[in-house]
Design a binder for this molecule. Sequence first.
Ligand SMILES: Nc1ncnc2c1ncn2[C@@H]1O[C@H](COP(=O)(O)OP(=O)(O)OP(=O)(O)O)[C@@H](O)[C@H]1O
Ligand SMILES: [Mg+2]
Length: 359
Amino acid sequence: MSHLKIVLLANLKTNAPHRPREPKDRWSELDSERTVEAIASALREGGHEVTFLEGDKKLYNELERGRFDMAFNICEGHQGDARESQVPAILEMLGIPYTGSKVLCLALTLDKPMTKRILTFHGLPTPRFQLFESPYEVVDSSLRYPLFVKPSREGTGMGISRDSIVHDEEGLRNQVRWVIETYQEPALVEEYVEGREITVGLLGNERLHIFPPLEVDFSPCPPEEQRIYTSRIKSKLYHSPRYLCPAPLTDPQTEEVGQLAVAAFRALKCLDMARVDFRLDAHDSEKPYILEINPLPGLCPGVSDLVMQAEADGMSHAQLINAILNETLKRYPELLRKAQEAPSLETVKVVKSISVNIR
Ligand SMILES: Nc1ncnc2c1ncn2[C@@H]1O[C@H](COP(=O)(O)OP(=O)(O)OP(=O)(O)O)[C@@H](O)[C@H]1O
Ligand SMILES: [Mg+2]
């Protein structure tokens, strides 16, 4: 029996390099052992040999010694403006194929203002914004309050709470100062889009599969966690919102957010998978605005948005992981041939998906 020798690369929360005075959500983006174990077992179910390695400074030498066929990469990185692109850059240096988007895409999409400039160039709707390198910059008077203040290159709701919504210049400057001092990076200030929260998952490349959109309904959440997808909801209170998948949108709305997600995927040159986050403007006939695109969406079984979207389409976590792998393999015909000699996932018992409303 032939199989691929796959190295699974991630940054585990338990291995985070803690530093004095770091914000309490500093490492929320990193993965849990549960996610890594689930991905490893999905790949093994697909017939492959899997080794996990932490994506840290020791990685280069470990990869050289390992003689792997390819990598399944979900590394978020620990530091640096383009931290998500560091491990892919090492993999390219060593000539090891890897799943998902490449260096340029990962660096760009981590930077939300850069992403928004590219979306705007392509005529795609994203809230109007200003970038603050310091809290003292002149405020663009064409921006309309309420405004929304967030770190320019974080994920998993880091730095996002109800304090992110500001109603006047004093509130704006205070929140901008807090973001810059806490996260040591520029603050992104956007027009606040009041309305429904929708996220669209994509799988594929030339042909893209659009998963059913997911709506996150915050009405069952505690009062301080209403209206926005905060850091606390994403990392601690994930049972508290209602997750509706497929989102109760009209057919034209579903079509529109799907096509916008595809356009964003193409504009940023994503590969294999991504999740595009939207708000629908309640004050403008639910016009969709793209907040950001995540080329490394969370893959935690039963919890991550993309996993719920796949489940709503009848695809289990294990099938999703192997489908991502298959998309990558299409770029590497020799590896694809080798992989096809492994027993296919269909011949392996796959645990039936759980209801998408249960996290
Ligand atoms: N301009 C905005 N208007 C309204 N709400 C916003 C805006 N920007 C962000 N939000 C709220 O904050 C949440 C997180 O924002 P965003 O998706 O930019 O951050 P993130 O931390 O990168 O998220 P992810 O976990 O998807 O990586 C959004 O899902 C939304 O609820
Ligand atoms: Mg988001």
